[in-house]
Design a protein around this ligand. Structure first.
Ligand SMILES: Cc1cc2nc3c(=O)[nH]c(=O)nc-3n(C[C@H](O)[C@H](O)[C@H](O)COP(=O)(O)O)c2cc1C
Length: 223
């Protein structure tokens, strides 16, 4: 009788152990597939204007807000206003100044970039070019990453400068999404921005969101 009871206990123990193992494995699998389905794309947002009420920084603030309604994407604003003007004399023994190295590390650890690029005389601004050039120094930390560019301006909405930036991207192996393109005429009524440079145009916000979705999808494809 006692022998029978002990045997029953052993069987029950084995069954419980198998059940616990099964629950553990299926939990692990679910966790893994949830993580695989939702990678977080780290977007670094860079503004080419120094102006306090910059429309371009306003676009980036709006993009950060909009990104909260898109799964699997996070945008971090990266200030480039403090970077010294590029001078290769500042590179000593193959090392960069601390602020430059910190900037380069941020670029290196980003998945992709959102440039808000003002148009100055049909080209990109010195501020933006300077930052791009610093991160292009060896090793080029832009390489093989995805990017999108948005702009605001006069008649072409900054669209001409966008094509200069895309051309720079060719040499850097920085891959821009083709579509949707985003440019905005800020000087034609109705107002698209308030006095602080905040984007207030609902249609532009919708278009900006589509840029973010496209950037996310393209970044995943490049992986
Ligand atoms: C030196 C300079 C050149 C400019 N050239 C152009 C231009 O070629 N095309 C254009 O659409 N706007 C041009 N603009 C106007 C800018 O697009 C406008 O000032 C824009 O608001 C700048 O962006 P921000 O508001 O983010 O500073 C120029 C502005 C400056 C200061």
């Amino acid at each position: 009788m006692n022998y029978q009871l002990a045997a029953n206990h052993r069987v029950a123990f084995v069954l419980i152990a198998v059940l616990v193992l099964y629950i553990f494995i299926s939990f692990q699998e679910k966790l893994q597939s949830a993580m695989a389905a939702k990678p977080i794309i780290k977007v670094t947002a860079i503004c080419g204007s120094l102006r306090k009420a910059s429309y371009h920084r306003g676009l980036l603030r709006s993009a950060i807000e909009l990104s909260e309604s898109i799964d699997g994407i996070s945008i971090e604003y990266l200030d480039i206003s403090h970077l010294p003007m590029l001078n290769t004399d500042l590179e000593v023994d193959g090392k960069y100044p601390a602020v430059i190295e910190a900037f380069r590390q941020k670029i290196l650890h980003s998945d992709c970039f959102l440039f808000a690029s003002p148009e100055y005389n049909y080209s990109i601004t010195p501020l933006l070019k300077n930052a791009i050039d610093w991160a292009s120094r060896p090793p080029n930390v832009w390489a093989n990453k995805a990017a999108a560019v948005v702009s605001v301006g006069g008649s072409y909405g900054g669209g001409v400068a966008q094509y200069h930036l895309r051309q720079v991207g060719v040499f850097l192996d920085l891959h821009f999404i083709n579509k949707p393109e985003f440019s905005l005429n800020a000087f034609k009524p109705p107002a698209k921005f308030d006095d602080d440079g905040n984007l207030i145009d609902p249609e532009a916000k919708e278009r900006l969101k589509l840029v973010l979705v496209s950037l996310k999808d393209f970044t995943l494809r490049l992986r």
